[in-house]
Design a binder for this molecule. Structure first.
Ligand SMILES: Nc1ncnc2c1ncn2[C@@H]1O[C@H](COP(=O)(O)OP(=O)(O)OP(=O)(O)O)[C@@H](O)[C@H]1O
Ligand SMILES: [Mg+2]
Length: 357
């Protein structure tokens, strides 16, 4: 029955638990980050003794385990005590004080956020959190548009630790002096993984994701090398998945070096790095811009619609603006012509650049 059954035969898939390759999957252990996790745990520890905790700026290149180490630690904290509430916020998704307040309400289980303004929401948060203590992680902190929420938390929550996570420690200079001096941040760098560590991490994820024995040793080594060169574990996770998909498409029982090579040649660095940051619609729009770089925004919208894009023009414009703001596309306003002013959209390279800050 069915085409896929025919191609694959009766055999099971090569994958046992593909979720283990998801970028936001939190594995049972996070190897090679024990020291960093201990450092963070020490800063949170005073909260367990009813004292104020310490604040940390966690920084390091993309894909070096900052997010996963913090999420893993939060999980452990949650399992061990109900005295400290861990609150994790991704500031790319929640980039204003209001959105962050709504996000925190989620963590405290407060649902009636509708029709309440920032001050009202914070009053509720304050009442709730000041009964115990809280540790906040603001991930991708360089993406927030205002810092009022930090000010509120520093002034209004008595026992807390604040973790700020970013790719660039230079970002600190952008922070208001009043907030910076109140934060008295400790600095914690996540250095890049060496080759052995990269291999070790990927092997664990491989074991969790695949049926034992389906990966050829040399094929795995190729994946690990590429991830090490890219200095980003995500590249490795992506290649593990893609190479196995290619092997399955050929109805092979083993993932071989040629599958990895093919996956590497298909590798779109952009989609690997951005996939945690952008939602599906944004990614789709970015793909369209990439294929039609230099076109007018109106024409891009037509293409978007022809591909069953669901948003209206205003939403489309807003998404282009967001992509532009974060350096994924460039926009250029052109005056004159039959249509008056129009906007031309260019695809830009994906790297988060220091010059953005
Ligand atoms: N030590 C590790 N053990 C297991 N998985 C890891 C480890 N380090 C990184 N990873 C995995 O690699 C991917 C990238 O890690 P993570 O998301 O934590 O990177 P990051 O440092 O937060 O990067 P960015 O700055 O781009 O947000 C994730 O899927 C994560 O699960
Ligand atoms: Mg991260």
């Amino acid at each position: 029955m069915g085409l896929f059954r025919d191609i694959l035969g009766d055999e099971e898939s090569l994958f046992r638990n593909p979720i283990a390759l998801d970028f936001d999957f939190v594995p049972k252990v996070v190897p090679y980050r024990e020291n960093e996790q201990r450092y963070i745990a020490t800063s949170i520890k005073p909260l367990l003794q009813n004292m104020n905790g310490k604040n940390i700026l966690i920084y390091g290149k993309p894909g070096v385990g900052k997010t996963v180490a913090v999420k893993h630690l939060f999980k452990e904290l949650e399992e061990e005590t109900s005295q400290v509430l861990p609150v994790y916020i991704n500031c790319w998704q929640k980039n204003t004080t209001y959105k962050i307040m709504v996000g925190i309400c989620d963590f405290i289980g407060y649902k009636f956020t509708h029709n309440k303004n920032t001050e009202e929401l914070f009053a509720i948060i304050k009442r709730n959190l000041n009964r115990g203590s809280a540790v906040f992680a603001f991930d991708e902190i360089d993406k927030v548009e205002d810092f009022d929420f930090l000010y509120h938390i520093l002034e209004g929550i008595y026992r807390k630790s604040i973790l700020l996570i970013t790719n660039f420690k230079e970002w600190l200079l952008k922070l208001d002096e009043r907030i910076r001096s109140r934060l008295t941040l400790q600095m914690l760098e996540f250095r890049e993984y060496n080759f052995e560590e990269t291999k070790g991490i990927l092997l664990k994820r491989l074991d969790a994701a695949f049926v034992p024995g389906v990966w050829d040793d040399d094929a795995f080594l190729l994946v690990a090398k590429k991830a090490y060169q890219a200095k980003d574990i995500r590249v490795g996770l992506h290649l593990l998945r893609e190479a196995a998909n290619l092997a399955e498409a050929e109805a092979k029982r083993k993932v071989l070096p040629n599958h990895v090579q093919k996956a590497i040649s298909n590798l779109d660095e952009f989609s690997v790095k951005s996939s945690t940051a952008l939602d599906d619609e944004e990614r789709m729009i970015l793909e369209i811009v990439k294929e039609n770089s230099g076109k007018r925004i109106g024409d891009l919208f037509e293409i978007y619609k022809s591909k069953n894009g669901s948003g209206v023009y205003k939403t489309f414009q807003r998404r282009i603006e967001k992509l532009a703001k974060n350096g994924f596309v460039g926009v250029e306003k052109i005056k004159g012509g039959t249509q008056g002013t129009t906007t031309i959209v260019h695809y830009k390279s994906k790297e988060k650049k220091l010059t953005e800050f």
